[in-house]
Each structure stands twice: as C-alpha cells, then as structure tokens.
Design a protein around this ligand. Sequence first.
Ligand code: ADP
Ligand code: MG
Length: 360
Amino acid sequence: VPAIELDNVVKEYTSHGEVVRAVKGVSLTITEGEFFSLLGPSGCGKTTSMRMIAGFEDPTGGVVRLHGEDVTGVPPNRRDVNMVFQSYALFPHMNVWDNIAFGLKRKKVADAEIRRRVGETLEVVDLLGREKRRPKEMSGGQQQRVALARALVNRPRALLLDEPLGALDLKLRQHMQIELKRIQREVGITFVYVTHDQGEALTMSDRIAVMNDGLVEQLADPREIYERPATKFVAGFIGTSNLLGGTVQEVAGDTAVLALGAGDRVVIPRGGTVAAGDAVDLTVRPEKITISREQPAGDVSVVRGTVSEVVYLGTYNSYMVVLADGAEITVFEQNAHDSSTTAERGDTVWLSWQPRHSFV
Ligand code: ADP
Ligand code: MG
C-alpha cells in the first residue's frame, strides 16, 4: 500500500469573491519510506497540497489516501502524519527537552516511555547534552532540529516538511540537507519535503514532483528530472538550460534531423513524437557542450557561433556564445587540467554535443 496518494486533488479558495484555483488536479503516489519532494516556484500550490495531506485543508475535489485509507473528514491529529514548519513554532519559555516531550505528555504517555523516546530522538537529531537550553539560546539550525525532534518523537508514519530550511543561511542549509537525509535514512519513515530550491530537492530526494501553476509537470527521480526534463518549464526551472528553436527536417528510425534558426542542422533523438515540419525546442545542458576553436569531427551535433563573454568561475569557465540568428548558448568548461580558456571574447567557435544529450 502506498504511504500517501493524491487522486486528482483540487483545491479552490474564494478570496474577495474571486475563485483561486491553488491546486488544479494533482495525482501522485508516495511510497512508504521514500524521501519525496514537491518542488516548484512560489505560489504553485506546494503548501496547499501539503496541508491537504496533513488535514489542515479539505480538498475541493479528489481524494487523499494515507496508507490506503480515504482520509476525507479525518482531522489532522487523527492522521498518522506530522508537519514541520519553516517557522519552527517552538515554545519559547520551555527548554529543549520539554518542547520535545510536550506532545507525549499531552497524550498521557508514561513517564519512563517519554524519557526513553525523547532521549532516543535527541540522539537522532544530534542534540544530546543540549536538553536544558531554551530555543533562544540556540542557533537556527539547532532550533530546526528541535522542531524536527518534536515531530519525530510521535513516531508518525510520515513527516511533512514545508520549506524547513528556508530561514537558514546557505552553509548551514547545505549541512542540514545532508543531516535531514541521514535522519530520514536512520528512522526509515516517509518524508514529504516542500521546497522551491532545485538544488535542495536534487540533493535529498528519492523522487521529485515538479509543480507549476497548480499542476505536477513531471514526477521522476532527480537524475531523470535533470537529464530528461519532460516540459519546457521543467527544463528552465531545474539548472541552466539552453533552448534552441528549430524545425524538424526529416525523421529516420529513432533519430530526426533538425534545422536550427541559425541554419545549422543537428541530429536529435526522435523522442517518439516529432514529425517532419514540426517546430520544436531543443534543450542542451551547458556542461554537455564542448567548445572548440576547430570544427569537430565525428558523430556529434555541431553549431557555430561567436563568443560574447567568458567568465572564470574557479572550478569551471562559463562562456556565452551567440549564434548567427542571435540565440545565446551558455557553455560550462571544467577547469580540470590548467586554468587557460579555450576561447576568448570575439572568437569564432564550434559547439558540439552528443545527440543523446539533447532533448526536444
Ligand atoms: P506555494 O506553497 O507553492 O508557494 P501555496 O500553496 O501557498 O503555494 O499557494 C498556491 C496559491 O493559492 C497561491 O496563488 C496562493 O495565493 C493561493 N492561496 C493559498 N492559500 C490561500 C488561502 N487561504 N486563500 C486564498 N488563496 C490562497
Ligand atoms: Mg509554500
């Protein structure tokens, strides 16, 4: 049985007499024990989807199932999930131990059991020895761990985390990403993680649902999302992408020939759906492109252009190359061997890539 299922879930709000469709029909299945992320720009419906899983909102349409059971009408405290908020929501006047034990005390769990579970949880979140501190005596990262511990101590079957690292600075956020992943592996429960940060989602998730404007545009593992974005939106939202407009000239087997705006002809994987005459967008990631001063040979896709910008970025160089039709292509070049650049501003260059590294 899947841990969580959304079956064509819709959520409409009425605000000042106007209907806002926050979620427009989302279907997805989250497996038990999975680290699952909802990723998308601000306002795309991530929090609303999460709140319907937690039970803070009722769907306008569709069904939410938790561990196979339709939870329509089941209040949040009777669902086997816990939510962790970005704002931590800790009790400022209570120390760490009491913050974590609070829920168990309210549920009248026996003292010995509370001691055992709070102790265990402190260990998991790496806060042993800090139990007497007040929230304001702790760093943001530590407060976030307390908030996490307070949810974990209830031993929910799934934990819902809504942008939990949003308030932390970059270094700490990256550290906590690794920590969260470790904790999830250690406790083995389902994590549903909401973020607008693509790097965060790629780092931690087993699978990612990329949302845009109330809908899921792609649901796949991080590699697939990055290497094979299903839509133009996903390609643009995840990482840096180059978009090249062109027209399909001919189709042969599983490849097709594309005429680009600047006149170059490149071979592309057919991708099942294209036919001669179709206008399409070709996407190639900057790190898949090789830049050279001489025309490359072999079975590669090649376009010609002029370097308009070179930026030295330490581990790699970034080039901006302008094609004859004005299209701008970003190329990343690893600084593996020496720090010299292949081309300078104003140089004519050839850009090449393996056809399988481009997608339509
Ligand atoms: P995200 O978490 O992805 O940033 P939300 O789920 O918070 O997005 O919001 C999705 C859309 O629904 C937004 O346009 C937001 O303004 C709207 N919305 C969210 N909550 C309410 C509400 N209580 N009343 C009216 N509109 C809302
Ligand atoms: Mg949100």
